[in-house]
Design a binder for this molecule. Sequence first.
Ligand SMILES: [Fe+2]
Length: 288
Amino acid sequence: MPRVKRRELMSKRVLGYVNWHRGRKFVHRREILDLITTDVAEQAPDHIAVTGDLVNLGLPEEFVRAAEWLRRLGPPHRVTAIPGNHDAYVRLHPELGTDHWQPFMEANEAGAALFPTPDTLFPFVRRFGNVAIVATSSAIPTMPFIAAGKIGSLQRDFLGAALDELARAGLFRVVLIHHPPLRHQAGWHRGLRDAGKFTRVLRQHGAELVLHGHSHAQSVHELPTATGTALIVGVPSASEAVEGRIPAARYNAYTIARTGAGWQVEMVGRAVGDGQVVECERRVLKAS
Ligand SMILES: [Fe+2]
């Protein structure tokens, strides 16, 4: 967290700032994030997906620092990011905010050839061989103490069309969304406002893997869809210290392979424990 000027604490930020000093700064720690970042680099994955949040109060300097961190993870063609609710904490001119992350938040050539990015900027599609990422944004500015999100009807329509296009190409479809997408996963204050409608899009058009953040907890759900089972996975924060009720910092590594009938996904969880990052879970998941 950078130093905060008094005038920057207008509006919702003042409450967030008090919140930060009362607890979050003890929980979210730079040295924990650095452990995770170094371990990800050592594992050398083909691609890295970041599902937000990347900032806390939405100060312009935080967006710059988050962009620096994204560049440390890897070059934009190997890292895809989407915003979270904190990343839309206050209404900010895009050039002071998420514009800094633009190279990580846009289609690649192969993805745009299948599904050109609409004017809404989301969803955008990136394709890497047999895998396609469909990145959505559920980030909306909200009232204080509300961490809710929304995809909206325009993005939902585009998402359905993109998923159809990628299915026709026979690709493994990975949907990125910050908020947990199932209705029971979060309440009104923290949840996705159009979770029911979003889930209906997934059911109708299908997806193989849906990755989300926000809940700071590991979770795996299966959603039956028109094209088979969609795996829905939530991951803990990447900067959370071990103390407290909330799980320690973690990330998941996925290995995706085509099988006769569909796809096999192996998920390996790596988490911070005792000042180092260790494998904490290894599990084969089936998507079809
Ligand atoms: Fe969040």
